[in-house]
Design a protein around this ligand. Structure first.
Ligand SMILES: C[S@@+](CC[C@H](N)C(=O)[O-])C[C@H]1O[C@@H](n2cnc3c(N)ncnc32)[C@H](O)[C@@H]1O
Length: 219
Protein backbone atom coordinates (compact mmCIF):
# COMPACT_ATOMS: atom_id res chain seq x y z
CA UNK A 1 0.00 0.00 0.00
CA UNK A 2 1.31 3.49 -0.88
CA UNK A 3 2.62 5.33 2.15
CA UNK A 4 0.70 8.52 3.03
CA UNK A 5 3.06 11.38 2.18
CA UNK A 6 2.42 14.51 4.17
CA UNK A 7 5.14 16.47 2.39
CA UNK A 8 4.36 15.79 -1.24
CA UNK A 9 5.38 17.73 -4.38
CA UNK A 10 2.52 20.22 -3.95
CA UNK A 11 3.54 20.89 -0.37
CA UNK A 12 7.12 21.57 -1.48
CA UNK A 13 5.92 23.85 -4.28
CA UNK A 14 3.82 25.86 -1.83
CA UNK A 15 6.75 26.07 0.57
CA UNK A 16 9.15 27.17 -2.19
CA UNK A 17 6.74 29.98 -3.07
CA UNK A 18 6.59 31.10 0.55
CA UNK A 19 2.95 30.06 0.88
CA UNK A 20 1.82 29.06 4.34
CA UNK A 21 -0.27 26.11 3.26
CA UNK A 22 -0.55 23.51 0.55
CA UNK A 23 -4.22 24.48 0.39
CA UNK A 24 -3.20 27.85 -1.06
CA UNK A 25 -2.51 26.08 -4.37
CA UNK A 26 -6.09 24.76 -4.37
CA UNK A 27 -7.50 28.25 -4.00
CA UNK A 28 -5.42 29.35 -6.97
CA UNK A 29 -6.83 26.45 -8.97
CA UNK A 30 -10.37 27.42 -7.96
CA UNK A 31 -9.70 30.99 -9.10
CA UNK A 32 -8.10 29.76 -12.32
CA UNK A 33 -11.34 27.97 -13.18
CA UNK A 34 -14.03 30.32 -11.82
CA UNK A 35 -12.33 33.77 -11.56
CA UNK A 36 -13.72 34.28 -8.07
CA UNK A 37 -11.51 37.29 -7.20
CA UNK A 38 -11.71 40.79 -8.55
CA UNK A 39 -9.20 43.60 -8.04
CA UNK A 40 -10.25 45.90 -5.22
CA UNK A 41 -12.73 43.32 -3.88
CA UNK A 42 -13.63 42.55 -0.27
CA UNK A 43 -13.02 38.99 0.87
CA UNK A 44 -13.92 37.06 4.03
CA UNK A 45 -11.79 33.99 4.77
CA UNK A 46 -13.51 31.68 7.29
CA UNK A 47 -11.07 29.29 8.97
CA UNK A 48 -7.98 31.15 7.75
CA UNK A 49 -5.13 29.65 9.83
CA UNK A 50 -2.22 29.33 9.01
CA UNK A 51 -2.83 31.93 6.29
CA UNK A 52 -2.18 30.37 2.87
CA UNK A 53 -5.59 31.42 1.51
CA UNK A 54 -5.09 34.89 2.98
CA UNK A 55 -1.85 35.24 0.99
CA UNK A 56 -3.52 34.19 -2.28
CA UNK A 57 -6.58 36.39 -1.65
CA UNK A 58 -4.51 39.45 -0.74
CA UNK A 59 -2.42 39.16 -3.91
CA UNK A 60 -5.53 38.66 -6.05
CA UNK A 61 -7.53 41.66 -4.77
CA UNK A 62 -4.49 43.96 -4.67
CA UNK A 63 -3.72 46.89 -2.41
CA UNK A 64 -7.13 48.51 -2.90
CA UNK A 65 -8.93 45.35 -1.83
CA UNK A 66 -9.47 44.08 1.69
CA UNK A 67 -9.22 40.59 3.17
CA UNK A 68 -10.52 39.71 6.62
CA UNK A 69 -9.90 36.26 8.06
CA UNK A 70 -11.10 34.50 11.18
CA UNK A 71 -9.96 31.34 12.91
CA UNK A 72 -10.05 29.65 16.31
CA UNK A 73 -6.26 29.87 16.16
CA UNK A 74 -4.19 33.06 15.99
CA UNK A 75 -2.51 33.57 12.61
CA UNK A 76 1.16 34.61 12.77
CA UNK A 77 1.44 38.15 11.50
CA UNK A 78 1.45 38.28 7.71
CA UNK A 79 2.75 41.83 7.20
CA UNK A 80 0.32 42.38 4.33
CA UNK A 81 -1.32 45.79 4.57
CA UNK A 82 -4.76 44.84 3.26
CA UNK A 83 -5.20 41.76 5.49
CA UNK A 84 -6.74 41.67 8.96
CA UNK A 85 -7.22 38.53 11.03
CA UNK A 86 -9.46 37.90 14.01
CA UNK A 87 -9.33 35.10 16.55
CA UNK A 88 -12.72 33.64 17.36
CA UNK A 89 -15.34 30.99 16.81
CA UNK A 90 -17.47 31.76 13.80
CA UNK A 91 -20.45 30.29 15.63
CA UNK A 92 -20.24 33.30 17.94
CA UNK A 93 -22.64 35.99 16.76
CA UNK A 94 -20.33 38.79 17.93
CA UNK A 95 -17.49 37.44 15.76
CA UNK A 96 -19.67 37.62 12.67
CA UNK A 97 -20.52 41.26 13.40
CA UNK A 98 -16.84 42.06 13.98
CA UNK A 99 -15.95 40.51 10.62
CA UNK A 100 -18.31 42.87 8.82
CA UNK A 101 -17.02 45.87 10.74
CA UNK A 102 -13.43 45.02 9.81
CA UNK A 103 -14.42 44.49 6.19
CA UNK A 104 -16.02 47.93 5.98
CA UNK A 105 -19.12 46.70 4.15
CA UNK A 106 -20.52 43.56 2.61
CA UNK A 107 -18.25 40.98 0.98
CA UNK A 108 -17.74 40.26 -2.71
CA UNK A 109 -16.40 36.82 -1.87
CA UNK A 110 -16.77 34.52 1.14
CA UNK A 111 -14.28 31.67 1.38
CA UNK A 112 -14.60 28.76 3.78
CA UNK A 113 -11.89 26.15 4.11
CA UNK A 114 -13.03 25.36 7.65
CA UNK A 115 -12.39 21.88 9.04
CA UNK A 116 -13.06 20.62 12.55
CA UNK A 117 -10.26 19.16 14.61
CA UNK A 118 -10.75 15.45 14.04
CA UNK A 119 -11.64 13.03 16.83
CA UNK A 120 -11.15 9.94 14.66
CA UNK A 121 -14.80 8.97 15.20
CA UNK A 122 -16.08 9.09 11.65
CA UNK A 123 -19.75 9.99 12.27
CA UNK A 124 -18.90 12.61 14.86
CA UNK A 125 -16.30 14.19 12.57
CA UNK A 126 -18.72 14.24 9.66
CA UNK A 127 -21.40 15.88 11.79
CA UNK A 128 -18.93 18.57 12.88
CA UNK A 129 -17.84 19.25 9.34
CA UNK A 130 -21.47 19.51 8.20
CA UNK A 131 -22.14 21.98 10.97
CA UNK A 132 -19.25 24.13 9.70
CA UNK A 133 -20.65 24.03 6.16
CA UNK A 134 -24.04 25.19 7.49
CA UNK A 135 -22.30 27.92 9.43
CA UNK A 136 -20.36 29.13 6.38
CA UNK A 137 -23.56 29.22 4.29
CA UNK A 138 -25.37 31.16 7.02
CA UNK A 139 -22.53 33.67 7.36
CA UNK A 140 -22.38 34.09 3.57
CA UNK A 141 -26.12 34.82 3.57
CA UNK A 142 -25.58 37.65 6.03
CA UNK A 143 -22.37 39.11 4.67
CA UNK A 144 -22.35 38.79 0.85
CA UNK A 145 -23.18 41.63 -1.51
CA UNK A 146 -25.69 41.01 -4.28
CA UNK A 147 -23.88 39.17 -7.10
CA UNK A 148 -21.26 37.88 -4.63
CA UNK A 149 -19.53 34.50 -4.59
CA UNK A 150 -19.24 31.75 -1.95
CA UNK A 151 -16.54 29.06 -2.02
CA UNK A 152 -17.02 26.36 0.60
CA UNK A 153 -15.20 23.12 1.31
CA UNK A 154 -17.29 20.02 1.94
CA UNK A 155 -17.35 16.26 1.57
CA UNK A 156 -18.55 15.08 -1.84
CA UNK A 157 -21.30 12.97 -0.22
CA UNK A 158 -22.67 15.66 2.10
CA UNK A 159 -26.47 15.30 2.59
CA UNK A 160 -28.17 17.25 -0.18
CA UNK A 161 -30.45 19.18 2.15
CA UNK A 162 -27.47 21.05 3.64
CA UNK A 163 -26.58 22.73 0.35
CA UNK A 164 -29.98 22.64 -1.42
CA UNK A 165 -30.81 26.24 -0.48
CA UNK A 166 -27.77 27.51 -2.40
CA UNK A 167 -29.42 26.68 -5.73
CA UNK A 168 -32.23 29.11 -4.92
CA UNK A 169 -29.97 31.79 -3.48
CA UNK A 170 -27.29 31.85 -6.21
CA UNK A 171 -27.47 32.01 -10.00
CA UNK A 172 -24.99 29.18 -10.47
CA UNK A 173 -23.60 26.49 -8.16
CA UNK A 174 -20.69 24.30 -9.29
CA UNK A 175 -18.74 21.47 -7.65
CA UNK A 176 -15.00 21.44 -8.17
CA UNK A 177 -12.18 19.18 -7.08
CA UNK A 178 -8.91 21.11 -7.45
CA UNK A 179 -6.20 19.00 -9.13
CA UNK A 180 -3.94 19.49 -6.09
CA UNK A 181 -6.45 17.65 -3.84
CA UNK A 182 -4.76 14.66 -2.21
CA UNK A 183 -5.48 11.33 -3.87
CA UNK A 184 -8.32 9.53 -2.15
CA UNK A 185 -9.64 12.66 -0.43
CA UNK A 186 -13.42 13.08 -0.46
CA UNK A 187 -13.13 16.84 -0.12
CA UNK A 188 -14.48 19.08 -2.85
CA UNK A 189 -15.41 22.76 -3.08
CA UNK A 190 -18.76 24.26 -3.94
CA UNK A 191 -18.49 27.50 -5.88
CA UNK A 192 -21.75 29.47 -5.75
CA UNK A 193 -21.83 32.58 -7.95
CA UNK A 194 -24.29 35.41 -8.37
CA UNK A 195 -25.76 35.79 -4.88
CA UNK A 196 -29.40 36.87 -5.07
CA UNK A 197 -29.48 39.09 -2.07
CA UNK A 198 -32.86 39.49 -0.44
CA UNK A 199 -33.34 43.15 0.24
CA UNK A 200 -34.12 43.66 3.90
CA UNK A 201 -36.70 46.36 4.55
CA UNK A 202 -34.78 49.27 6.11
CA UNK A 203 -35.97 50.32 9.56
CA UNK A 204 -38.38 53.27 9.42
CA UNK A 205 -36.55 56.56 9.00
CA UNK A 206 -33.24 54.93 7.96
CA UNK A 207 -31.27 56.60 5.20
CA UNK A 208 -28.51 55.22 3.02
CA UNK A 209 -24.88 56.18 2.99
CA UNK A 210 -22.10 55.52 0.52
CA UNK A 211 -19.10 53.66 1.92
CA UNK A 212 -15.54 54.42 0.84
CA UNK A 213 -15.91 52.25 -2.26
CA UNK A 214 -19.05 54.06 -3.37
CA UNK A 215 -21.45 51.18 -2.56
CA UNK A 216 -24.54 52.22 -0.68
CA UNK A 217 -25.59 50.61 2.52
CA UNK A 218 -28.46 51.07 4.91
CA UNK A 219 -27.52 53.27 7.81
C1 LIG B 1 -7.72 23.51 6.73
S1 LIG B 1 -7.55 24.83 7.88
C2 LIG B 1 -7.60 26.25 6.83
C3 LIG B 1 -6.35 26.43 6.00
C4 LIG B 1 -6.31 27.76 5.30
N1 LIG B 1 -7.30 27.83 4.23
C5 LIG B 1 -4.96 28.04 4.69
O1 LIG B 1 -4.79 27.87 3.49
O2 LIG B 1 -4.05 28.46 5.44
C6 LIG B 1 -9.12 24.85 8.65
C7 LIG B 1 -9.26 25.84 9.79
O3 LIG B 1 -10.64 25.97 10.16
C8 LIG B 1 -10.64 26.46 11.49
N2 LIG B 1 -11.96 26.37 12.13
C9 LIG B 1 -12.66 25.25 12.44
N3 LIG B 1 -13.81 25.56 13.06
C10 LIG B 1 -13.86 26.92 13.16
C11 LIG B 1 -14.80 27.84 13.72
N4 LIG B 1 -15.94 27.42 14.32
N5 LIG B 1 -14.53 29.17 13.68
C12 LIG B 1 -13.38 29.60 13.08
N6 LIG B 1 -12.46 28.77 12.52
C13 LIG B 1 -12.68 27.44 12.56
C14 LIG B 1 -9.58 25.58 12.17
O4 LIG B 1 -9.10 26.17 13.37
C15 LIG B 1 -8.52 25.46 11.06
O5 LIG B 1 -7.43 26.32 11.29
Amino acid sequence: MAKYQHHDAAWRRAKDEGLRSRAALKLREIDGKFRVFRRGGRVLDLGCWPGGWLQVAAAAVGGRGRVVGVDLLAVDKLEIANVVTLVGDLADEAVCRELLEELGGTADLVLSDMSPSLSGVRDADRARHERLVELAIAVAGRTLSGGGVLVVKLFADIPQEITAGLRADFDKVSRFKPPTTRKGSREIYLVARGYRKQREAPPPGAGTVADERGDTKVQ
